[in-house]
Design a binder for this molecule. Structure first.
Ligand SMILES: [Zn+2]
Length: 108
């Protein structure tokens, strides 16, 4: 008794007695998705949380000066690819994908 169905993987699981409202199983993938969803919703609805997250990114950058420059130095090919493809998820990325698909079909 007391079994529940995970919101993400749809598998049934036994909720923890310490987390009576638990809606997600203990699978690491499901827990990661739960945390991501929580973080996204929290950022959209809680200006204080949003501020804290932005501050922590800024603090991390301040504590690791030159991190991105160093990364580019270590991965010149990757930096070059990022420059060429433009911002991830934008129009240019979709255009790059359709270009790739077009070249693939013409090669056959
Ligand atoms: Zn699950």
């Amino acid at each position: 008794m007391g079994e529940r169905v995970c919101r993400y993987c749809q598998h049934s699981f036994q909720p923890s007695k310490f987390q009576l409202a638990q809606a997600v199983c203990s699978d690491p993938d499901c827990q990661r998705r739960r945390r991501n969803d929580y973080h996204r919703r929290k950022i959209a609805t809680d200006p204080v949380y949003q501020q804290v997250c932005q501050d922590s990114v800024r603090k991390w950058r301040a504590a690791h000066p030159g991190y991105w420059a160093q990364l580019r130095e270590q991965n010149p090919a990757r930096a070059e690819r990022n420059r060429r493809d433009g911002r991830v998820g934008g129009r240019s990325r979709r255009a790059a994908i359709s270009r790739r698909a077009a070249s693939k079909s013409s090669a056959v």
